[in-house]
Design a protein around this ligand. Structure first.
Ligand SMILES: [Zn+2]
Length: 681
C-alpha cells in the first residue's frame, strides 16, 4: 500500500466500504457471516489506513465511523428468503458504542501508554472475558425489567423485551438496594451444549445450521415467537452499568452490586494493577478458553476507576477507556489434494478444496471453500500446495494463504472449468459478479432439484416436503418442471421409499393448499436469480400481476428505485426463456395465483383517515394495516401534520410518539382501533 495513486485509493475505499457494509448486513441482520471476524477486521483496518492517508475521501457514513446495525430491517438480495421479522425500535438513552479491538500486544501497550499520559497515574484495569454473543441493553426501573434493546445501529435498537424475558438467568425483578433506574449492558450468548443441540435439530429438519454460537444467539433473540426463544437455551452475562448519579467509584464495584441484586455477571473478571498483569491474564485465557463451555473471542480491558473513564471519554465510535484484545482464529497447515466445483441453486459455481485431513479447533477438516475464481487467483493456489486453513464465522473452513516455501515442483495450476460439471453447459460470468454460473437452469439437474427445494420452502409455497422427497421424485422421473408437482398422483407417491397412504395424502393436501398462496410468494417461489422475498413482494405490489411483470421492459424495471441493473437483467432473461413462459401457463392452469389480491373492502368507516401504525400488536403489524385499509383508511410510515391517528401497540417507536404528541395527533390503541371499525353489539 506504500505507493497507491489517488484514483486507485478512491476505488479501493469505495470497494472496501461496500464490502464491509455487505458483511455487516450478513453478520448483524442475517446472522450468516461469510467471512471470519479476523478477515473482517483486516478489511476495516485497511480502510481506516487508506482514509487516514487520503483524508479527502473521508465520509461520516464510512463503516470506520458508523457501527454496524443489527436492526432487523432487510434490504433485499439473494438472501431475501431470510428476511427477518421487524421489531419496534427504541432509542438508546446513552449511545451504544462498540469497542476498539486489536490482535496485537504492541497495540495493547500503546493503548495503556495513551491512558497513562492522560491520567498521569498508575492505572488499574478490569480484565474480562469477551463473550461471543450479541449485545443487549437492559433497563431496570423500580427493580423491574422495563425493556431490553439490541445494540442496533448504536443509537437505536430492536426492542426484544418479550424474548429476553424467556432467558432464565435474567431476572424480571431485583432484590436488595438497587437504584431507582439504571441501564445494564451485556451479552446474550449460546453455550456450546445448546448450540450443538440446536444445530442437530435443524439438520434433522433440513434447515441450514447456524455457522457459530454467536449467530445462533442473535438469530434466536430475533425470533418472532417468544416460546421458541425460550427453547433455545440462551444465557446472559452483564458487564457495564449506566445511570444518573450511581453510587460507585469503580466499574468492578458496580458489577459486584449488580450481582448482589440478582443479575448475571461473569465469574472470571479480574482487576489488575498493570499492563503486564493484563498480558498474563490474556496468556492464561488464550489456553484456558478451549475448555470453557461457552464461546469467547478475546479479552476486554477496561479502566476500572469511573472518574478516569469519564476523563478519558470517547471517540466517535468507541470509548477511550476500554479495548478488546481478540484471539487469532486457529489455523492449520495441510496439503491441497484436489478441487471440486459445486453447482448451487441459482447455478453459481463454488470451488471446494479437498484437503489432506487435518485437526483444527476440535474437528477434522477435510474440505475448505475457495469461494470463486478471483479468490483462487488471489491466493495463486496450485494443486499439491501446502495451505493454511482457518475456521472463522463459517461452518466450512477456508483457505487463507498458500505456504509458498513448501510448494512442490509438480504443483499444478488448477483449471477453472469452462463448462458446468453437472450438465456441460458453458459457464457465464456477469459483469461485476464474482461467481461463474451455469446458465442452463432448466436442464441442469442440481439446479432443477434445488429449484424445487426453493419452490416448496416455507417462505415460498410452503409445501410439506423435504429435500429427500424432491430427490426421490426427481430420480424417479416424476418431476422435471415445477408444474409437474401439481400433477403428481397418489399412486406415484406410494412408490417412494417408506411412503404410506397418510404421507401421500398429506403431500397432496399440502399441494392443494398451496394453490391459495398469494401472488407475491408464488412469484418469489419461481426462483428468479436476484429476486428475493422482499423484491418479489415489491414487484408484485407494483405490477399487480405476472402478466404485467412479463410485459415490462428493462427501462420500466430499472426506473423502480429498488431494482438495479443486475435484477432487471435477471428478470428479463428469465422471462425470455420460452420454457419459463410455458411453466407460468401450466402453473396458472394448475390454479396458482398470478395476480395480486386487492385488500377486500369491508366498509368505508375510516375513509379519509390517514394512519400510522407502530409497535407490537396481538397480530402481525401488516394485519393491522390491512384492517385499516379494508375499512377505507390509508396507512403511511411516518407521523406528519396529515396523520389522523397513530395506532400504538406495545413498545411503539419513541420518535413517533414524540412527534404525534407535539402535533396533537390522536394516539389510539389496537382495541380502540378495533372499536372504531367493528360494529357495536
Ligand atoms: Zn449446469
Amino acid at each position: 500500500m506504500s505507493k497507491i495513486t489517488k484514483s486507485a485509493a478512491r476505488e479501493r475505499i469505495e470497494f472496501l466500504r461496500n464490502e464491509i457494509n455487505g458483511h455487516n448486513y450478513n453478520y448483524y441482520v442475517l446472522n450468516a457471516p461469510v467471512i471470519s471476524d479476523f478477515e473482517f477486521d483486516l478489511m476495516l483496518q485497511e480502510l481506516a489506513a487508506l482514509e487516514k492517508k487520503f483524508p479527502e475521501f473521508a465520509s461520516p457514513d464510512s463503516p470506520t465511523v458508523k457501527v454496524g446495525s443489527d436492526i432487523a430491517k432487510a434490504p433485499d438480495g439473494e438472501a431475501g428468503e431470510r428476511r427477518p421479522f421487524e421489531f419496534a425500535t427504541r432509542t438508546h438513552r446513552y449511545p451504544m458504542l462498540s469497542l476498539g479491538n486489536t490482535y496485537s500486544r504492541e497495540e495493547l501497550s500503546e493503548f495503556s501508554d495513551r491512558i497513562s499520559r492522560t491520567i498521569q497515574e498508575e492505572c488499574s484495569y478490569s480484565c474480562e472475558l469477551k463473550f461471543d454473543g450479541t449485545a443487549i441493553c437492559l433497563t431496570y426501573r423500580k427493580g423491574s425489567l422495563a425493556y431490553a434493546v439490541t445494540r442496533g445501529d448504536g443509537v437505536k435498537g430492536d426492542d426484544v423485551t418479550a424474548n429476553v424475558l424467556t432467558i432464565p438467568s435474567i431476572p424480571r425483578t431485583l432484590h436488595g438496594d438497587y437504584p431507582e433506574e439504571f441501564e445494564i449492558r451485556g451479552e446474550i450468548y449460546m453455550p456450546f451444549e445448546a448450540f450443538n443441540r440446536l444445530n442437530a435439530e435443524r439438520e434433522e429438519i433440513d434447515e441450514r445450521p447456524f455457522a457459530n454460537p454467536r449467530n445462533a444467539a442473535s438469530g434466536s433473540l430475533k425470533l418472532q415467537d417468544s416460546s421458541e426463544v425460550a427453547s433455545r437455551g440462551l444465557a446472559c452475562v452483564l458487564y457495564h452499568m449506566l445511570g444518573e448519579n450511581l453510587p460507585f467509584t469503580t466499574h468492578s464495584e458496580a458489577i459486584a452490586a449488580a450481582k448482589s441484586w440478582g443479575l448475571p455477571v461473569s465469574e472470571h473478571s479480574k482487576v489488575v494493577g498493570s499492563i503486564e498483569e493484563v498480558n498474563s491474564y490474556i496468556d492464561y485465557w488464550d489456553q484456558a478458553r478451549r475448555s470453557l463451555p461457552f464461546p469467547i473471542d478475546g479479552i476486554v480491558i477496561k479502566v476500572n476507576r469511573l472518574d478516569w473513564q469519564r476523563k478519558l471519554g470517547f471517540t466517535a465510535k468507541s470509548p477511550r477507556w476500554a479495548t478488546a484484545y481478540k484471539f487469532k482464529p486457529d489455523r492449520a497447515l495441510t496439503q491441497l489434494l484436489s478441487i471440486d466445483y459445486q453447482v448451487g441453486r441459482t447455478g453459481a459455481i463454488t470451488p471446494v478444496a479437498n484437503l489432506d485431513p487435518v485437526p483444527l479447533s476440535g474437528t477434522v477438516v477435510k474440505r475448505a471453500s475457495l469461494h470463486n475464481k478471483d479468490q483462487m487467483d488471489l491466493l495463486d493456489i496450485r494443486i499439491g500446495d501446502y495451505v493454511y486453513v482457518e475456521k472463522g464465522g463459517e461452518i466450512i473452513p477456508k483457505i487463507t494463504e498458500v505456504e509458498l516455501s513448501k510448494r512442490p515442483a509438480h504443483a499444478v495450476v488448477p483449471d477453472f472449468p469452462r463448462y458446468c460439471p453437472d450438465c456441460g453447459a458453458e459457464l457465464v460470468r456477469d459483469e461485476g459478479q464474482a461467481k461463474h454460473y451455469c446458465p442452463n437452469s432448466n436442464a441442469c439437474p442440481v439446479q432443477i432439484k434445488s429449484g424445487f427445494v426453493h419452490f416448496i420452502s416455507r417462505k415460498a409455497m410452503d409445501i410439506l416436503a423435504g429435500e429427500a422427497t424432491i430427490d426421490q421424485l426427481y430420480d424417479k422421473g416424476y418431476i422435471r418442471h415445477l408444474s409437474d408437482l401439481y400433477s403428481l398422483t397418489k399412486e406415484q407417491l406410494l412408490t417412494l421409499d417408506g411412503w404410506k397412504d397418510r404421507s401421500a395424502e398429506n403431500l397432496l393436501a399440502s399441494l392443494e393448499k398451496s394453490r391459495s398462496v398469494p401472488f407475491n410468494r408464488v412469484f418469489y417461489a419461481l426462483g428468479i436469480r436476484h429476486v428475493g422475498e422482499a423484491s418479489a413482494k415489491m414487484l408484485a405490489a407494483r405490477f399487480g400481476s405476472i402478466d404485467a411483470i412479463m410485459a415490462a421492459d428493462r427501462d420500466t424495471l430499472v426506473q423502480i428505485d429498488e431494482v438495479g441493473d443486475v435484477m432487471a437483467d435477471s428478470i428479463i432473461r428469465w422471462f425470455a426463456d420460452p420454457v419459463n413462459r410455458e411453466q407460468i401457463e401450466k402453473l396458472r392452469q394448475a390454479g396458482l395465483k398470478f395476480e395480486q389480491e386487492k385488500t377486500k373492502k369491508v366498509s368505508d368507516t375510516l375513509s379519509g383517515g390517514i394512519f400510522v401504525v407502530s409497535g407490537v400488536f396481538s397480530v402481525p403489524r401488516d394485519e393491522i394495516k390491512q384492517l385499516i385499509e379494508s375499512h377505507g383508511g390509508k396507512t403511511t410510515s411516518s407521523v406528519s401534520g396529515h396523520t389522523s391517528y397513530l395506532v400504538a401497540g406495545e413498545a411503539p417507536g419513541a420518535e413517533k410518539i414524540k412527534k404525534a404528541e407535539k402535533l396533537g395527533t390522536r394516539i389510539i390503541s389496537e382495541e380502540e382501533l378495533r372499536a372504531l371499525v367493528e360494529p357495536k353489539e
